[in-house]
Unconditional design. Structure first.
Length: 370
């Protein structure tokens, strides 16, 4: 009987790759460090650290940033820092439906160049053609090596880069990763847009938080969930699909064909429509939407023991009353012990969160930085 994967022996090459990722991850999340500091922080030997740092330096991924501050006895140590401009990442955000946004990003998540292309109502294969063309153009435009392409797509997305279903684009079992990979000479990674945003919230927001949900309030509503530092996708890749949870049996008809889904109460188009109604105050509209979201999130927070919920969407909607009522509803529908140290906040750089997510996806897969 053959041994299972869990019983496979770790090869030296695997160990070297893991140690390389550990050093890159440590430098990514910290200020410049000496080789001795890296050895202490990673529990690796100084010899191993020096060898890996030399290799990374030859590749251009790290560089010397000067001597350590004075105060220590003896010759100052040389500090090592990650070089964020050693590679670029091409990130694509497909979540807006009406347009595709692409950007060239550095490893720190800074936008080097961005462009948006209207979809002009295209669906099916026609949208995919636009996605591939934009990815190819951005890879060619980059002035440094491109580490990979990261795509945040609406819908149900498998770990193989196949979009199982995206209603907005009429995509069903579309291999987006393969299509893009056919026109670019670099690795391609595709994830659900909310899952990508969740990776961004942890990688570029608060890396010390291992249990969080990122909720995208946009044309629809979706969430990405990270538990124990790992993105949760579920057996059918539908984890976090909360937009069509029923919140009002007598509510409006949703695009999915049912009545009273969370989306028809709390997604941006419906909130904007209700805000335009002069008979209803804006605070009442936002409060109702926030309460509905909070009721849906409460069992998720309780069941998974989440430390944090991050809201991403237009600030005039998700901040203020909406945020406050979401928090209040989660607390009301949960035991006090569940929400004692719980935090809910608005995403940093929320308008770029999917682009950041595409970048986070690539650096996680290619460099082991999470």
């Amino acid at each position: 009987m053959s041994a299972g994967r869990g019983a496979e022996k770790a090869l030296p090459a695997h160990t070297r790759q893991a140690n390389r990722s550990l050093i890159l991850r440590t430098l990514f999340h910290n200020d410049p460090m000496s080789r001795a500091d890296l050895a202490r922080a990673t529990d690796l030997t100084r010899v191993s650290v020096s060898r890996i740092v030399d290799d990374l330096s030859a590749e251009g991924l790290v560089h010397e940033s000067g001597p350590s501050p004075e105060g220590r006895v003896g010759k100052p140590s040389t500090l090592i820092a990650l070089n964020p401009d050693s590679y670029h990442v091409v990130a694509l955000d497909l979540s807006a439906h009406a347009e595709i946004t692409g950007a060239i990003m550095n490893l720190d998540g800074d936008i080097v160049h961005s462009v948006s292309v209207p979809t002009d109502g295209a669906r099916g294969a026609a949208v995919l053609v636009k996605v591939c063309a934009l990815a190819s153009a951005l890879v060619k435009r980059s002035t440094v090596r491109v580490l990979g392409v990261g795509v945040g797509s609406p819908g149900v997305v498998g770990t193989d880069g196949v979009v199982r279903e995206a209603v907005a684009f009429d995509w069903h079992d579309v291999d987006v990763a393969a299509a893009v990979a056919a026109v670019v000479p670099v690795p391609v990674h595709v994830a659900n847009d909310a899952n990508a945003a969740a990776l961004a919230a942890r990688t570029y927001g608060q890396p010390g938080v291992d249990n969080l949900a990122l909720v995208r309030i946009g044309q629809g509503i979706g969430s990405g969930v990270i538990v124990g530092g790992v993105l949760v996708t579920g057996a059918r890749f539908t984890a976090g699909e909360i937009g069509h949870v029923l919140v009002d049996e007598g509510g409006e008809v949703c695009r999915c064909g049912r009545r009273g889904c969370l989306e028809v109460v709390a997604a941006v188009p419906y909130i904007r429509q209700h805000l335009a109604d002069a008979e209803t105050s804006s605070d009442d509209v936002l409060a109702e939407a926030g309460r509905a979201l909070g009721r849906v999130l409460a069992p998720v927070v309780a069941a998974l023991g989440l430390e944090q919920v991050v809201l991403s969407g237009p600030l005039d909607i998700v901040a203020g009353v909406f945020l406050d009522e979401t928090r209040a509803a989660i607390e009301h529908h949960s035991l006090a012990i569940v929400t004692d140290d719980f935090e809910i906040r608005v995403a940093v750089r929320g308008e770029d969160i999917v682009l950041l997510g595409g970048t986070a996806l690539v650096i996680a897969e290619q460099l082991g930085i999470r």
